[in-house]
Design a binder for this molecule. Structure first.
Ligand SMILES: Cc1cc2nc3c(=O)[nH]c(=O)nc-3n(C[C@H](O)[C@H](O)[C@H](O)COP(=O)(O)OP(=O)(O)OC[C@H]3O[C@@H](n4cnc5c(N)ncnc54)[C@H](O)[C@@H]3O)c2cc1C
Length: 446
């Protein structure tokens, strides 16, 4: 009996000869093939603290796995300690305070399913398997961004284990500077074990926008989108998904969500202009369960993919940038997924000083992921070429750090105005540079 209780409270230490080792080191991007020194499967704060002490005693770095969905596979590193939080996924709803406590190993769907039972939701991502941790610590762009901002904007408190193994409660009043930093640059200072996240009323049924246009209409559509975006109401947020298959055909799909009340004015002034961007080939816009809409992209991205990806923010998409995209897609003879997210409303109104997610005045985020399939060298060259050509048109040459691989220069650009503040906090909460992600703040080697 005693043994059973122990197993419940303490997670296992998984070494390379353990049957679960190879399963546990996998991440969504299957081209990432890294071998951690050891994996701590954590079930409690004590387990996490134990993992931190182990890393310190053995001179090892730490990576943390929330959902393992970072496209560059940042949650796993060769010869580092991997802290696996997947068992710490409990979700509790406080209907009175409208705050959910969410274990750091929870996935988007695990939170959505529970919150929607109460007619509530937290702004999360648009694929149901993504970890809440990566979204809350690095940004978090979903369909609620226009009305309620990013996931990180909805964090009201966290429990965090520092590089010295101390458990802290962090919010606006306790460790307030750290609270600012973890909302945007959150992977650098410690291991978050639990989040407190703001809940919002969102009906169980919403208007799901899903329209397929002819790819040749892309340029004219984007001109109309820019006009629409400038006066768009907060209740609506949408993306364009362009898929170019091996068959050479590109499909242009508009996917979005409207979460307000539906009335004649909304239908005429808000929804119809979207459908009129061009003549739709297929229009599947309809009232659907919120949860179904949150899963709409799941089949497209699967549980695993080998990709090379980039992302860039834009303030405008001028003709030159759009032509680069169109010409580039024509040349690609492999599977490519492009996502163009428009940004307006709450996500842009939050001050860049409020959180460490400082890119608040961009109008679009462009993400390009190419399937490495049969011809990885040519595919990587194509992705790199697209990046170089689009970079001059991008906003401040900045990428979404939670997406794809980024260069050192992009990291410097992204953290530009806040770097000194982040480094100061890094020295205070992780002086040993234990949490050394690809987006490193301190260059000291361990
Ligand atoms: C198919 C797909 C779809 C996506 N869709 C969206 C989307 O709709 N919106 C969006 O904003 N992003 C999206 N992304 C990007 C994704 O949300 C981010 O990369 C996010 O970081 C993934 O979260 P995760 O917990 O799964 O990350 P992981 O890969 O587990 O971790 C990401 C980083 O955060 C660190 N980390 C994780 N948990 C913790 C913790 N508890 N404490 C401290 N550090 C931690 C890790 O060490 C790592 O450096 C998508 C990615 C993929 C692959």
């Amino acid at each position: 009996m005693g043994h059973e209780v122990k197993n419940q409270m303490y997670g296992q230490k998984i070494e390379c000869n353990h049957p679960l080792y190879h399963f546990k080191r996998q991440v969504w991007n299957s081209k990432v093939d890294r071998y951690p020194a050891v994996i701590f499967e954590c079930k409690s704060n004590e387990d996490v603290i134990r993992a931190v002490h182990y890393a310190n005693e053995n001179g090892l770095k730490i990576t943390v796995r929330g959902g393992g969905f970072h496209p560059a596979g940042k949650s796993v590193k060769d010869k580092a300690v991997l802290v696996d939080l997947s068992h710490m996924n409990e979700v509790h709803i406080d209907e009175i305070s409208k705050v959910a406590t969410v274990g750091a190993g929870a996935k988007t769907y695990e939170v959505d399913e529970i919150t929607q039972d109460y007619g509530l939701a937290i702004p999360l991502g648009m694929v149901s398997n993504i970890g809440v941790s990566g979204l809350a610590l690095g940004g978090g762009l979903g369909y609620l961004r226009g009305k309620y901002g990013l996931t990180c904007d909805n964090v009201v408190g966290v429990y965090l284990v520092t590089g010295e193994g101390k458990l802290l409660y962090v919010n606006r009043l306790n460790h307030s500077e750290l609270f600012w930093a973890i909302r945007g640059a959150g992977e650098n200072f410690g291991i978050v074990t639990k989040f407190e996240l703001k809940l919002h009323s969102v009906d169980r049924h919403i208007l799901g926008i899903d329209v397929i246009y002819d790819f040749k209409d892309l340029q004219q559509i984007l001109i109309k989108v820019e006009k629409y975006r400038q006066t768009a109401i907060d209740e609506i947020s949408f993306n364009f998904a362009i898929s170019k298959g091996n068959n050479g055909q590109a499909q242009l799909r508009l996917i979005g969500m409207y979460i307000g009340e539906l009335n004649l004015w909304v239908e005429r002034e808000v929804i119809q202009p979207l459908l009129d961007f061009a003549t739709p080939i297929v229009d599947n816009t309809e009232i659907v369960p919120y949860i179904d809409m949150q899963r709409k992209f799941d089949s497209l991205v699967g549980n695993s993919f080998a990709i090379e990806g980039i992302s860039l923010f834009f303030q405008e998409l001028n003709n030159e940038a759009v032509q680069i995209l169109i010409e580039g897609l024509k040349k690609a003879d492999f599977l490519v997924n492009v996502h163009l997210l428009e940004l307006h409303g709450k996500v842009n109104r939050i001050s860049k000083y409020d959180t460490a997610f400082a890119i608040r005045d961009a109008s679009y985020l462009l993400v390009i992921d190419a399937d490495l399939g049969d011809n990885p060298i040519d595919t990587k060259l194509w992705v790199h070429d697209m990046y170089e050509k689009l970079l001059p048109y991008s906003y401040k040459q900045v990428s979404y750090l939670s997406s794809s691989k980024v260069s050192e220069a992009v990291i410097q650009n992204s953290y530009k105005c806040i770097k000194d503040q982040l480094v100061k906090l890094k020295e205070e909460y992780d002086p040993g540079n234990l949490f050394c992600s690809e987006h490193r703040l301190l260059d000291r080697k361990r």
